[in-house]
Design a binder for this molecule. Structure first.
Ligand code: ADP
Length: 535
């Protein structure tokens, strides 16, 4: 602090910037960081696994989200602490690269931090811990490759893919109809996948939802949906082999731009005017029919008279379709958007195998399904559900299932879930630790203990005795030399995850271990935290 005077001789105080900051260094910094990271991981721990709890989050503007998805929980939590933000980032990276396992990765990172804290207390240098963790993570990742199993599937044999997606969905709120949703996800991915190049473009899968109906009514549409209906109730509800005119011009006579007055003083004049107007409509409808259109999709509206005429002329039409949807329809059906009737030609028509209007139960809601489009393999997953929260959560769960199916198409190796893979890795890392002399051995062993955190959390969340269950499963794995044993969360009666069909993808599990280790190493290497003092 220093006293200075301005040009008028008034005194003021200069506060050096450093003095406004708080600073933590050395062991104190590491411990503070570790406890921040662990706090985040503790929040997610209870929502891991099929019996995990859900979280309800309220946004500042009052929107409520109920979810079980780790990435979403962290995304919506307003965390201030920098280290906590790193954990949020960790979950996001897992979501971005793999799409599933976002809770598990944070739980694992939390466990690694907890073990690191113990080692720090015993006086082991953070760099040694970081090195040991790195080595252990490599051992674990290699071990996973060894225990992974190849999964054969094809367009006709989708059962293995469905089973893996079901494992992902079983821990979500939607697990009531996991079978149906898993099948929908797998079919959606397979219909846009290029199996030869092992490539899947998930952008071609649109996930839409509409409140109403039941979750079981969720369906896969081989095409796109538009939230509109036919403009006249008597128009056909189903058009096969549709040739679609996509118009941005209105179905009405042109309006003069200036204000004007029309004097009609005789009946004849009125009738001429009327006939002219009718002829105008007739010409427009005829033009559409001449080029071969069997359906008109129009950005603008048309009045009742035009609507009636269209119905009479047997030309189904849809009005007030938004610009974005219009573009989507044009891309999918290979058509061109036509701004003037004169420009309409047969080549500009879009094509779709089937266009149908679907009504939902007793409600007035109707939607248009444009299926088997000419140009695109795009599919839509159309979710139904009792309320908006349910639909949003189903969207998130389906995203996870889609990612799992995509990952399996890219790399068809799986490991066993329910903590089986983690227990097996823990045994392997523990055994490897003995080979390393020096302090690193402790860190490697600590890593093995941290791997147990996932099965322990799964057991705890399912109401089982965590330590007893873990040790029983671990000794079973060692005795039978079989990495299939995990935690029987659903009390099925067997803890052989192969029998229970609980699978996870190899790349997902490997990524979890790698990402968690990286973040923990990063946190351990921070030995100075400088932040503004109001934090
Ligand atoms: P994440 O967001 O990490 O995927 P989840 O809440 O989906 O977290 O939980 C996934 C964990 O639950 C995985 O470890 C998986 O193996 C396990 N799991 C899923 N289904 C079962 C089941 N039926 N029995 C035992 N464990 C299961």
């Amino acid at each position: 602090m220093a006293l200075a005077f301005d040009e008028y001789g008034r005194p003021f105080i200069i506060l050096k910037e450093q003095e406004q900051k708080t600073r933590l260094s050395g062991l104190e910094a590491q411990k503070a960081n570790i406890s921040a990271g662990r706090a985040v991981s503790r929040i997610l721990r209870t929502s891991l696994g099929p019996k995990g709890m859900d979280k309800m989050l309220q946004s500042p503007d009052g929107d409520v989200t109920i979810t079980n998805d780790g990435a979403t929980i962290l995304e919506q939590m307003d965390v201030d602490n920098q280290i906590a933000k790193l954990m949020v980032e960790l979950s996001r990276s897992q979501d971005y690269e793999i799409g599933d396992g976002t809770t598990g990765v944070v739980v694992m990172a939390g466990a690694l931090l907890e073990q690191a804290e113990r080692l720090l207390e015993r006086g082991i240098h953070p760099i040694r811990i970081a090195e040991g963790y790195e080595m252990a993570s490599r051992i674990a990742v290699e071990h996973l490759e060894r225990i992974a199993q190849k999964f054969d599937f094809g367009p006709t044999n989708i059962e293995p893919l469905v089973q893996t997606c079901m494992t992902t969905l079983s821990s979500k709120i939607v697990n009531r109809c996991k079978r149906a949703l898993a099948e929908i996800s797998v079919k959606a991915v397979l219909s846009v996948a290029d199996l030869e190049r092992k490539d899947v473009n998930l952008d071609l899968i649109k996930v839409e939802g509409k409140v109403g109906g039941k979750l079981e009514d969720t369906e896969l549409i081989y095409g796109i949906t538009v939230d509109k209906d036919m403009s006249h109730p008597q128009m056909p509800k189903q058009i096969e082999d549709a040739k679609i005119a996509i118009l941005t011009c209105p179905f009405e006579p042109p309006k003069p731009k200036t204000k004007h007055k029309v004097d009609i003083d005789t009946v004849e004049k009125f009738q001429t005017l009327r006939q002219q107007e009718q002829k105008y409509f007739d010409d427009m409808v005829q033009k559409c029919k001449d080029v071969g259109a069997t359906l008109v999709i129009c950005q603008w509206g048309f009045d009742d008279e035009a609507n009636h005429l269209l119905m009479h002329q047997n030309l189904p039409a849809v009005r007030w379709v938004g610009g974005v949807e219009l573009e989507l329809i044009a891309i999918a059906t290979g058509g061109r958007i036509v701004p003037r009737f004169q420009e309409l030609t047969p080549e500009k028509l879009g094509r779709a195998g089937l266009v149908r209007e679907k009504s939902f139960g007793t409600t007035k809601d109707k939607m248009l399904y444009i299926e088997h489009c000419a140009n695109s393999r795009a599919v839509t997953i159309f979710i139904r559900g009792g309320n908006k929260m349910m639909i949003e959560e189903t969207k998130r769960s389906i995203h996870d299932a889609l990612c799992v199916a995509r990952n399996l198409i890219r790399n068809n190796f799986i490991v066993y879930g329910g903590g089986a893979a983690e227990i097996s890795c823990s045994i392997a890392v523990e055994a490897a630790a003995d080979k390393y002399p020096g302090v690193k051995q402790y860190a490697i062993r600590a890593f093995a203990d941290a791997l147990d955190a996932v099965p322990v959390a799964l057991a705890e969340n399912s109401g089982l005795q965590p330590i007893e269950t873990l040790s029983a499963v671990k000794s079973q794995q060692i005795k039978e030399n079989n990495p299939h044993f995990g935690i029987d969360c659903n009390d099925v009666g067997t803890n052989d995850m192969c029998e229970q069909n609980v699978f996870e993808t190899l790349i997902g599990k490997q990524q979890q271990i790698l990402l968690a280790t990286q973040v923990v190493k990063m946190i351990l290497k921070i030995d100075d935290v400088i932040s503004p003092s109001d934090y």
